[in-house]
Design a binder for this molecule. Structure first.
Ligand SMILES: C=CC1=C(C)c2cc3[nH]c(cc4nc(cc5[nH]c(cc1n2)c(C)c5CCC(=O)O)C(CCC(=O)O)=C4C)c(C)c3C=C
Ligand SMILES: [Fe+2]
Ligand SMILES: [Fe+2]
Length: 324
């Protein structure tokens, strides 16, 4: 029997092509039109998105992107490309492609490249450690949409998430230990995850449970006392209730409780991006210092750290072992 040819498809969210109002508008329009992200009826959502959100948010958010933009591009893209290159170097005989759910490189072009390389089994690894319908399921939908136009679809191994994978927990613990060694142990270690609407969780999205699983595994491995760490949710959007407690509201209240030194890690972001480098490292630091806090350290995302690439390698090898 012919041996299967494996290929890896890494997928992240996507990011604007440039830190300009028009590029941000194009990106947000595609992202916020996905029903997995905003599930409100199109009849209601379309005029709000096009008449209010895009015209007001695009120029404001473009300025924020300008403040974190790197020489080689948007941080999310730069780190995702580095992850792809590092995993490709670790897996020289298996093609590794990067696709984005929104914007470029599109999922379609990444799948086409794997197809052209003769891949007949794709290992699909969404770069979101904690499953959510708004991210991991959207990746699945995006791939399925492209498959719908193909005569001969490959086999597919979908990695649903890796919230509790020992290599992921080890990589997070290593970053935290390095931060403690450099800055001392903080009064509070904050685990800040991107939020989602509370309603999505009420309707069955197990995202909050997956975030808790990560936090508890890390706290347990590090032997943290319950009063020395907290889990919060950042980046809320729109008017309906989102998961609580909120990162910003929590951070503002800590100094009054005598907590003057905090360190913040965002384990749900596999790559540093606007939401970590601007919202956490700049905005939330300001909130903490203005409220009387003294020391605020942001612990970087795992990006292309060796232990992060080792995690991806293990995830891929586990799938190959399962399919052999
Ligand atoms: C209803 C809106 C949104 C949901 C639900 C949502 C879930 C979600 N997002 C991420 C990861 C990222 N989000 C990023 C940016 C971002 N997110 C939203 C909205 C929702 N996210 C918006 C509008 C934006 C753009 C910035 C802004 O306008 O505020 C990013 C960063 C992208 C970058 O270019 O740097 C990431 C990554 C997760 C993990 C998640 C659910 C668990
Ligand atoms: Fe988001
Ligand atoms: Fe944000």
């Amino acid at each position: 029997m012919k041996q299967e040819k494996f290929g890896v498809l890494l997928v992240n969210l996507g990011t604007p092509e440039a830190p300009t109002s028009s590029a941000v508008k194009r990106y947000l329009a595609e992202f916020l039109s996905d029903k997995r992200v905003v599930d409100v009826s199109r009849l209601i959502w379309w005029p709000i998105l096009n008449g209010v959100i895009l015209p007001i948010r695009s120029p404001r958010v473009a300025k924020l992107y300008q403040s974190v933009w790197m020489e080689e591009g948007s941080p999310l893209m730069v780190y995702s490309r580095r992850q792809q290159a590092a995993l490709q170097a670790r897996l020289p005989n298996i093609p590794v492609e990067l696709g984005m759910s929104y914007g470029q490189p599109a999922l379609k072009s990444a799948i086409d490249k794997l197809h052209d390389a003769g891949v007949d089994r794709i290992i699909l690894l969404p770069l979101y450690p904690q499953y959510s319908c708004s991210t991991n399921a959207a990746v699945f939908d995006g791939v399925a949409r492209h498959f719908a136009s193909m005569r001969r679809i490959p086999s597919l191994n979908f990695i649903r998430d890796y919230a509790e994978h020992p290599a992921y927990i080890a990589a997070l613990c290593s970053s935290i230990r390095a931060s403690f060694a450099q800055h001392g142990q903080p009064d509070m270690l904050l685990f800040s995850f991107h939020g989602i609407p509370q309603r999505y969780a009420d309707q069955g999205d197990d995202y909050p449970q997956r975030c808790r699983a990560t936090t508890q595994a890390v706290a347990h491995t590090l032997g943290l006392d319950a009063e020395r760490y907290m889990m919060t949710y950042q980046s809320r959007f729109g008017r309906e209730p989102w998961l609580t407690p909120f990162t910003d509201k929590t951070i503002e209240q800590l100094p009054a409780k005598g907590i003057k030194h905090i360190q913040v890690i965002c384990p749900g972001f596999s790559a540093d991006c606007l939401e970590t480098l601007e919202e956490i490292k700049v905005q939330n630091k300001e909130f903490f210092i203005e409220a009387g806090g003294e020391t605020f350290e942001y612990i970087p995302a795992l990006n292309d750290d060796a232990l992060h690439i080792e995690l991806f390698y293990q995830l891929v090898m586990e799938q190959i072992g399962r399919s052999a």
